[in-house]
Design a protein around this ligand. Structure first.
Ligand code: GLA
Length: 438
């Protein structure tokens, strides 16, 4: 567990004050710090060292099964990060072997003294990645990587057949009682496999997203089965509508998920709720309602709110981010930024000129976000416990392509959302977190 440090050094505070007074002129303020560092020190700085000094938290990046075998990505991850989130491989669709249209076969399982029929789970995609990480950790204990488990309960990337009788999407939906058994079995199976006493992976994980994106973008309460009336609920996987909600017609599955996760997770595995658009008023109200409901549920445990942080260049603004962190901290204490990235400005076209301008502006924007995290973390009762970017190098980001389960690129325009460019080189945004200014 990474130990929290509650004091920023005086120089950092002065720097920060200058940033705020100058209305976010982070680039200039950072230049002042650069004078105290030699060029070499700036060049050699590792992101995890710099951020750990300020926030004392995990510094992570998402990585997919393909990316982890990319030598340059692996180099970036093992140099600059001390944690990863598997981009897809621990999601329900991946664990059901991407057998999205039909159930990949069933078997019997025992649950609370009863025998139930369950779909076959296949762990190998995640295990391939975790094995590589374990090997690295064995050889490099000082630079070991931890993993954030992502995600147990989500309306998206969960096959529709999981909610139907006999795991057949042509048949009716199951009732709540049946779904509860499936929910408990699924959470038990995944958590026991990866974090149970006998699991070789048990020391890898620091926490797990128990529920992802269960709040509506527009209604100020839970995501329903009709969040987007134009999207059929019968789709194999979902972008917007929730079949969880369809079965329960209430937040019961969310509360139960946190009860079951608490029941089967080791006591030191943290449990999270995670969501996007987390700084916008309506949505924040819904998320706060969810967090309070989980906190009030007997047998449930929640250790932090995960703010995904899929942001634009102009939104959310500094005070919205600052406010969201503090509001969530009031309910759960610990707050994390779990999927940070940045959509490019509308006029960004990927040309060298536009790149230079965008990269500089983006560094300022990232600097302001970082400052919001650092200043909130200084407050009593607010702990930022992890800062995770959704990817490493720009060209590999999910924002470069359209996703059929929600989000992604809708304009076809180039994006540059991350800290490393398409040549795997550090961008100005890197130095907004690592200090110095290149
Ligand atoms: C969401 C999910 C992530 C990932 C990103 C974008 O926010 O939580 O797992 O799918 O979108 O790729």
């Amino acid at each position: 567990m990474i130990r929290k440090k509650k004091n920023l050094c005086a120089a950092a505070w002065l720097l920060a004050a200058a940033v705020l007074v100058s209305g976010g002129a982070v680039g200039g303020a950072v230049c002042a710090a650069k004078e105290q560092q030699t060029e070499e020190e700036v060049e050699d700085v590792r992101l995890k060292d710099a951020v750990s000094k300020e926030l004392g938290c995990y510094v992570g990046a998402a990585v997919t099964g393909q990316e982890i075998n990319n030598r340059r990505v692996w180099e970036i991850i093992t140099t600059h990060f001390n944690a990863v989130t598997l981009g897809n491989e621990l999601k329900p669709d991946a664990l059901f072997n991407y057998s999205n249209a039909v159930c990949p076969g069933t078997e019997e399982a025992e649950l609370n003294g009863e025998t139930i029929t369950v779909p076959k789970i296949n762990f190998y995609k995640a295990e391939n990645m975790l094995d590589k990480i374990l090997q690295w950790n064995k050889k490099n204990p000082d630079d070991a990587l931890k993993v954030r488990g992502h995600v147990l309960v989500w309306h998206s990337q969960t096959p529709e057949w999981f909610f139907h009788e006999d795991y057949d999407k042509q048949k009716p939906y199951v009732d709540r009682e049946t779904m509860n058994k499936r929910l408990e079995w699924y959470i038990r199976t995944v958590l026991t496999h990866f974090t149970g006493e006998d699991s070789e992976y048990k020391d890898l994980f620091y926490g797990w997203d128990v529920v992802n994106e269960a709040v509506s973008d527009s209604t100020g309460t839970y995501r329903s089965d009709n969040e987007n009336p134009n999207e059929p609920l019968s789709n194999d996987t979902h972008g917007n509508n929730s079949s969880w909600w369809h079965v329960y017609q209430s937040n019961e599955f969310i509360l139960n998920a946190f009860v079951y996760a608490n029941k089967y997770a080791p006591a030191d595995l943290e449990l999270y709720y995670n969501d996007y658009n987390e700084c916008s008023g309506q949505k924040m109200a819904g998320i706060l309602e969810l967090l309070r409901a989980v906190k009030a549920t007997e047998g449930a445990r929640i250790d932090a709110m995960g703010m995904q942080g899929h942001y634009n260049m102009d939104s959310p603004n500094y005070s919205e981010i600052d406010m969201a962190i503090r509001m969530y901290a009031q309910v759960v204490g610990n707050v994390q930024m779990t999927e940070l990235d940045m959509k490019a400005s509308e006029d960004y076209d990927g040309s060298p000129e536009s790149k230079e301008k965008e990269f500089e502006e983006q560094a300022k924007r990232y600097g302001a976000i970082y400052w919001a995290l650092k200043s909130a973390d200084k407050e009593e009762g607010v702990n930022i416990t992890s800062l995770t970017f959704w990817g490493t190098a720009d060209h590999l980001s999910w924002l470069q392509s359209r996703s059929d389960v929600g989000g992604g690129n809708t304009t076809g325009l180039p994006e540059c959302p991350l800290l490393f460019d398409e040549h795997y080189e550090k961008k100005p945004a890197f130095y907004a977190f690592a200090g110095g200014n290149k």
